[in-house]
Design a protein around this ligand. Structure first.
Ligand SMILES: Nc1ncnc2c1ncn2[C@@H]1O[C@H](COP(=O)(O)OP(=O)(O)OP(=O)(O)O)[C@@H](O)[C@H]1O
Ligand SMILES: [Mg+2]
Length: 317
């Protein structure tokens, strides 16, 4: 998929994805060694986005299985297209002897199968990205069925048989840890742990992913995100919510977050009633703003340091 770590780094940069040197190397290794990536972390920490940007970088499609409780083989792998089978039968006249056997065989081929994302992912001539998103929502039985695909690169479909992968997809499994993913799947994967971003990382994301052109307010928003996440909220804000906040402030023409903005900002940052109440407390927002000031400082220095680390990692390859 990628010839060098430098190529991967450049392509992820053009996808405007902020990545640290270690994660970059793990992705490169996973692609080279054809290992699935299991990515765990809080909501909005960039897990799904990782799959999308790897696909962008490799110039390949994403096949996505969005998991939910009750997702079944039909949704994941596919099912026979009965109306197409019926239509085909209507065009056939002979229904006895050898012809019937042949007809039955013809009906149970991929031509009459409506493929789900797992099967489609194996049928590409060159590797796609297979995103199995929020795998913690499926049950253990379904997880076990995934093992055949991820270790043997094949799928067994009743009446059709075993289908071997034409190419091995780059697999990204994401989890918000609602249920613990079993060890067999962990053993087969490389594990990436995403956390809420540091202030420097979020400042960089804001720089790349918003139209906000003022570095000071970007740093302040990132500091605000950090302060909110340290505030024991029931639902701490995700990166996506901080991007929304940045866009809202830009639309309002705000260059500095102040306590006076509390009421208009609350619907963007406090998404549960207890969190809203907490931030409405007399000194709640005031003390939060003190933390914001603290966290927003020194962003530029650390960013330079991380860029140096990235350059050093790239130079090693
Ligand atoms: N490293 C990053 N670089 C650039 N943008 C990022 C990064 N991480 C997250 N984002 C931004 O945050 C948004 C949310 O990320 P994403 O949807 O991948 O989160 P998630 O971890 O999959 O969350 P959930 O668990 O809720 O599905 C992305 O659409 C992207 O705009
Ligand atoms: Mg996601």
């Amino acid at each position: 998929m990628f010839d060098s770590i430098e190529e991967l780094s450049d392509k992820l940069a053009s996808a405007q994805y902020v990545i640290d040197p270690v994660t970059l190397q793990v992705i490169f290794l996973a692609a080279k060694m054809e290992k699935p990536l299991l990515v765990e972390g809080p909501p909005g920490s960039g897990k799904t986005e990782l799959a999308k940007v790897v696909a962008f970088a490799a110039n390949t499609p994403v096949e996505r299985l969005q998991c939910y409780e009750g997702v079944n083989e039909e949704k994941a792998i596919g099912k026979f297209d009965e109306s197409l089978q019926r239509l085909f039968l209507e065009t056939q006249t002979v229904t006895t002897g050898d012809s019937w056997t042949a007809l039955r065989r013809d009906l149970h081929t991929l031509d009459f199968f409506h493929e789900g994302p797992l099967l489609r992912a194996l049928l590409y001539e060159s590797p796609c990205v297979l995103l199995i998103d929020e795998i913690d929502k499926v049950n253990e039985q379904f997880e076990a069925e995934l093992l055949e695909i991820l270790s043997e690169w094949q799928i067994t479909i009743p009446k059709i048989g075993t289908i071997q992968a034409r190419s091995k997809p780059f697999v990204v499994l994401t989890s918000n840890e609602v249920r613990r993913i079993g060890d067999p799947l962990r053993r087969r994967s490389f594990y990436l742990r995403f956390e809420h971003p540091t202030v420097e990382r979020e400042t960089r994301i804001l720089e790349l992913r918003t139209a906000e052109s003022h570095p000071e307010i970007r740093a302040q928003i990132a500091g605000f995100g950090r302060a909110l996440r340290g505030y024991s909220l029931e639902k701490p804000p995700s990166i996506a919510e901080m991007l929304d906040l940045a866009e809202a402030l830009r639309i309002l023409g705000v260059r500095e977050i102040t306590t006076e903005l509390r009421d208009v900002l609350l619907p963007l940052i406090a998404k549960t009633e207890p969190d809203r109440k907490r931030l409405l407390l007399r000194d709640g927002f005031q003390s939060l703003m003190q933390d914001v000031k603290h966290y927003s400082q020194g962003v530029e220095d650390t960013r330079t340091q991380s860029e140096e680390q990235l350059c050093a990692a790239r130079a090693r390859y």
